[in-house]
Design a protein around this ligand. Structure first.
Ligand SMILES: Nc1ncnc2c1ncn2[C@@H]1O[C@H](COP(=O)(O)OP(=O)(O)OP(=O)(O)O)[C@@H](O)[C@H]1O
Ligand SMILES: [Mg+2]
Length: 180
């Protein structure tokens, strides 16, 4: 994966698989601290402590019976290669928060990529899930919340082609407005 926006898609898909009804994604760029952070929080089914330990390290568990995926361990690897780290907080029945940090100007940090594509795919393919996307650049903030959009749209679904295009433009411009 060459863009962090694809890792975000992967981690958010875990939230959807865990039956989350609200997924919030927050990207923070802090130029003073030379830091980029990505936080994905859900209210899905959560993981217990033993399971959580295994999830971040698939290679130590290859001899166990359970098949372990790559989404989380891949993001962990990318974060660590960029002088950052990955942390997961999870509670059964409450939800999960995944936080990845990166040294902003690290040579190995992948570009963020097209976050608006990631969000529009998530939103249009999961009509019963709500999403918040927040982008913070130092003291500036952009926020997108499907609960607010759905109120305005009334019966027009979030997978309407015009709505999808609007969502992409809105997020793209929102990010550009605070980062340029
Ligand atoms: N947000 C979450 N809530 C509950 N369980 C989760 C969450 N994220 C991950 N998990 C659990 O951790 C496992 C590993 O996640 P990971 O993304 O690394 O792999 P995967 O989703 O199984 O496979 P892949 O991402 O490679 O398709 C998941 O199968 C799931 O059981
Ligand atoms: Mg996954």
């Amino acid at each position: 994966m060459k863009e962090l926006s694809l890792n975000i898609l992967d981690i958010a898909e875990n939230s959807i698989a865990a039956n989350a009804s609200l997924v919030s994604i927050c990207v923070t760029q802090d130029s003073h601290e030379n830091l980029l952070s990505i936080v994905i929080a859900d209210d899905g089914k959560g993981m217990d402590a033993d399971f959580l330990k295994m999830v971040t390290d698939p290679f130590s568990t290859t001899r166990k019976t359970r098949k372990v995926g790559m989404g989380i361990s891949l993001l962990k690897l990318i974060a660590e290669q960029s002088n950052g780290n990955l942390e997961i907080i999870s509670e059964v029945g409450k939800g999960t928060t995944v936080k990845a940090t990166f040294q902003y100007d690290h040579i190995d940090r992948p570009p963020l990529g097209s976050v608006e594509q990631t969000i529009s795919v998530l939103v249009s393919c999961n009509l019963n899930v709500d999403f918040i996307y927040e982008h913070i650049f130092n003291d500036k903030r952009f926020k997108f919340d499907t609960r607010e959009i759905k109120k305005i749209l009334k019966e027009t679904p979030m997978n309407n082609p015009d709505v999808i295009l609007w969502v992409q433009e809105y997020i793209k411009e929102g990010i550009a407005n605070i980062t340029s």
